[in-house]
Ligand binder design. Sequence first.
Ligand SMILES: C[S@@+](CC[C@H](N)C(=O)[O-])C[C@H]1O[C@@H](n2cnc3c(N)ncnc32)[C@H](O)[C@@H]1O
Length: 282
Amino acid sequence: MTSEGTPDPEPRDSTPPPGYDAATTIDTSVAHVARVYDYWLGGKDNFAADRLAGDQAIQAYPDIVYSVRANRAFLARTVRYLAREAGIRQFLDIGTGIPTANNTHEVAQSAAPGSSVVYVDNDPVVLTHARALLVSGEQGHTSYIDADLRDTGRILAEAARTLDFSRPVAIMLMAILQHIDDAEDPYAIVGALLAAVPSGSYLVISHPAADLAAQQMAQMAERLNKLMAEKVTFRTEPQVARFFEGLDLVEPGIVRVQQWRPDTEMEAKSPGALWGGMGRKA
Ligand SMILES: C[S@@+](CC[C@H](N)C(=O)[O-])C[C@H]1O[C@@H](n2cnc3c(N)ncnc32)[C@H](O)[C@@H]1O
């Protein structure tokens, strides 16, 4: 045990799991959000430093494990809604994450075969999975861009090889904007992405909340900011609502992710502290 009463870190394991490209440089000594998130979801693409940060977060806010599952379920429901009910056939998913169940291209292309999906992430472990994600075929086209969300010019230029920006696009920013602090102006970043897509396009955001389970979330943020490479800024409901300014909010508006068109009552009641919403560009 450490002086704070938390478990000692496990010995550092730096051996990449089977299937990893030996040429890819992966820093296993510091926690990275893609791998911490994978740990919370029960995945295998994580290392001791990620598990330590993940466990510290769980101690501060035990419901984080339900929160991340509720976030994945929100992603699947929003993509299904966009493909089935809004007629969207193009998706720009920034902050892909390590592949897990119900990835955007799987949900979109099973609901609307022929849909195109462009993924963007800046994590080398996600990059090692990109080949598996790049399954283009009869189901639709899928591609991957290794880029930072802050570099909107490059993302849009490279995405234009796959997506037709004269037709509606759904911009998916799921659990990523918390890694852009206020000084980096996340609103301008989202504004630049929205300016590039035509009327009839959609924006979908999920964002860890600063005003739900506030004390626990603040403690979790403090711990993650000590241990994780990517720092976090959690935001309140009005701060998340600001990302949708000028868009028409799709019902039920900005709500806890588990309450956005849940499939079951039980799903709606599951714990979780992320705000989620969808807006349409008029
Ligand atoms: C918490 S995970 C969310 C994954 C997925 N979007 C989901 O909701 O299930 C955040 C992802 O965003 C990526 N990410 C964080 N900051 C980023 C940045 N500035 N540019 C690109 N990707 C980033 C991380 O590498 C990670 O894969």
